[in-house]
Design a protein around this ligand. Structure first.
Ligand code: PXG
Length: 427
């Protein structure tokens, strides 16, 4: 259908080729956390390009930005995950994890522990391992995926799948599904559980508070590795540095990307516990890596990006100011006739659009009609959001002001008002 051409951007706004200035409620694609137009990131990239535009991290070499960024990431995990492996995308990070975890169990003398457990509607990337670990049925259908060795269990999506239960009951039921699957497969065959602390591309699915602690408990009970995909939740998104901190668990491995460089350059990382790396070291080389692993320019930009976050107290701002403000602002949408639920955590939010608030029935009898319509109306009114099934999701820059949050929510309300007669007119 053609593309909207985004020509330039500043702060929280993007500009398109038709001259529209649009509030970017998606931080690019869940990534431009420090906002657009950061001159110092441009400068640091130029300086690093002059100094050393590229060198690899194979064959016992590294570059200063790569070493310093690894050290910085380790410190952001309180040195609990002190070993860092670099890649260029979130998908590559999860591919790295896939091979690393299987290699770990081989070296531990348990090569049969090769199965990963993930959730339906999870998103872990677009490569073969990323799609397989992910739980998007539409993506599985393309290219004969998932590959063997990945099992999918139910997701903790309360609005769609657990409205008749308490949060507590639903959290336990979703965690119990993981334990049941482990017992079906045989715990001795399960390598790891992987999950996003909050599912992003799946529609900002915020699990009940007891879900993740229970998942961790189950993984520990059977000696299964716990992996958190922090590609969206990392770097302050949920009001703490990591989504797993917000969820109260301690994973063995995390993947990060997006907010690591605020999207200014492509870079991702996998942070791993010493226990795992000690085992990996007993096996000689881990023959894995990419040309652009630890790219010095991307690493230099990432270091400065993290410095900006620290200098401006962005994580704290989300936790104590803008996160709670977004939650309150979204709550004002709850009495709108089209809103089934408005939920958020930190600066991640979603609005569920329904035909009937009491039953949760969707327009047109199934999901997928209202979401795109309301999304398009939001854009026409000057707000970029994602429409996922019948929800409008948002993930604004961590620098968004309370005034801009008001604008964001007011535009969503206006779009809902404009959509209502159109949607009610449908059969
Ligand atoms: N894990 C998570 C949790 C992600 O959100 C990836 C891994 C893969 O990262 P790369 O850098 O390989 O794209 C992602 C990416 C959407 C959308 O439709 C979301 C993502 C990518 C593309 C589209 O919202 N998330």
């Amino acid at each position: 259908g053609g593309s909207r051409i985004i020509t330039h951007a500043d702060g929280c706004y993007i500009h398109d080729g038709d001259g529209n200035r649009i509030l970017d409620g998606m931080a690019g694609l869940w990534c431009v956390n420090v906002g657009y137009g950061r001159e110092e990131l441009v400068e640091v990239a130029a300086e690093q390009m002059r100094e050393l535009p590229f060198y690899n991290t194979f064959f016992k070499t590294a570059t200063p930005p790569t070493v310093l960024l690894a050290q910085k990431i380790a410190s952001l995990t309180q040195n609990r995950l002190p070993h860092v492996f670099f890649n260029a995308s979130g998908s590559e990070a999860n591919d790295t994890i896939f091979r690393l975890v299987r290699r770990y169990w081989e070296l531990k003398g348990e090569p049969q522990r090769a199965t990963f457990i993930s959730r339906w509607n999870a998103y872990h990337g677009s490569t073969v391992a990323g799609v397989s670990l992910g739980g998007m049925k539409g993506m599985h259908a393309i290219g004969g995926l998932p590959i063997p060795g990945v099992e999918h269990v139910r997701q903790p999506y309360k609005y769609n799948e657990g409205r008749d239960m308490s949060d507590e009951e639903f959290g336990l039921a979703c965690a119990a599904a993981i334990e049941e699957r482990i017992l079906q497969i045989g715990p001795e065959n399960v390598a790891a559980f992987i999950g996003e602390p909050v599912q992003g591309a799946g529609g900002v699915i915020i699990p009940p508070a007891n879900y993740w602690p229970e998942v961790e408990h189950i993984c520990r009970k059977y000696g299964i590795l716990l992996i958190c995909d922090e590609v969206i939740c990392g770097f302050g998104r949920t009001g703490n540095m990591w989504g797993h901190e917000t969820m109260g668990v301690k994973p063995d491995i995390i993947a990060m990307a997006k907010g690591l460089s605020s999207g200014y350059l492509p870079i991702s990382a996998v942070a791993v516990s010493s226990e795992i790396v000690d085992v990996m070291k007993t096996g000689g080389d881990f023959v894995h890596g990419y040309t652009y692993s630890g790219h010095p320019v991307a690493a230099a930009v990432a270091i400065r990006n993290i410095e900006i976050m620290e200098r401006e107290g962005l994580v704290e701002k989300v936790r104590s100011e803008t996160g709670p403000y977004l939650a309150k602002a979204l709550a004002t949408l709850s009495d709108h006739p089209l809103v089934g639920e408005a939920r958020s955590i930190g600066l991640l939010g979603a609005v569920e659009i329904v035909a009937d608030k009491s039953t949760g029935a969707r327009f047109g009898g199934q999901e997928g009609t209202a979401g795109p319509l309301v999304r398009d109306l939001c854009i026409a009114n000057g707000l970029m959001v994602r429409g996922i099934r019948d929800s409008i999701v948002m993930c604004p820059q961590l620098i968004i002001s309370t005034q801009q949050i008001d604008d964001l929510v007011n535009i969503i309300r206006k779009a809902l008002d404009e959509a209502e007669p159109k949607l009610r007119a449908l059969k």
